[in-house]
Write a protein that binds this ligand. Structure first.
Ligand code: FNR
Length: 182
């Protein structure tokens, strides 16, 4: 049976490197995995007061999309040494209302990138901290930190073949990781 993998991207920017990485990963998915981009830019900020019989339509849509997934890959930049607010908000929305955490037990992986040398390490690990709490078993190795992402592109603007090779190995590990849980 084909497993559905959702990609959540921590940047809303049109020319986002994170989106480029997510699109590349989606193209490189091994046989048996099917990818879907899960949009998070339209989710209202989490507010428990909106948790009524009719929560925001975007929350309902998002929670349904997450519930259908077999695994999740987060691709994120780092904002001020942490997770961009838009991505943290998506995690919060998916984790509630209390008792209806749609992330529960879904295997995950984290990819971070940066135009700098530290490669989003802070965001990567702050994100992992939240994933522990929402009970997502998260792939330990290989860790994916893409430093100086602007230098990992070929002349056409695609992720270069070396890096694609590394990303393919990561995806193989993620596919194996999924099998431990399903
Ligand atoms: C950044 N950037 C950044 N980079 C980094 O390595 N560590 C950081 O803490 C930050 N902080 C930060 C804050 C804010 C508000 C912005 C807008 C940017 C730079 C960031 O890594 C770079 O802009 C990435 O290219 C953004 O990712 P996308 O949008 O290309 O996916």
């Amino acid at each position: 049976m084909v497993k559905k993998i959702g990609f959540l991207v921590g940047s809303l920017r049109k020319d986002s490197y994170s989106q480029l990485v997510a699109d590349t990963l989606n193209q490189l998915l091994p046989e048996g995995l099917e990818g879907e981009m899960i949009l998070i830019g339209d989710l209202p900020f989490y507010n428990e007061d909106l948790e009524t019989d009719t929560p925001p339509a975007a929350w309902v849509r998002f929670r349904q999309e997450i519930s259908r997934l077999d695994g999740v890959i987060f691709v994120t930049p780092e904002y001020n040494r942490s997770v961009p607010a838009v991505l943290k908000n998506a995690i919060d929305v998916g984790s509630r209302p209390y008792g209806f955490n749609c992330w529960d037990k879904k295997p995950a992986a984290v990819v971070s990138q940066s135009i700098g040398a530290i490669s989003g390490f802070g965001a990567n690990h702050h994100l992992r901290q939240s994933l522990v709490f929402v009970n997502m078993p998260t792939l330990p190795q290989p860790e994916v930190y893409l430093a100086s992402i602007q230098n990992l592109l070929d002349e056409t603007g695609k992720i270069n073949p070396n890096t694609q090779g590394f990303l393919s190995q990561f995806l193989q590990s993620f596919a194996t990781w999924l099998n431990y849980f399903q």
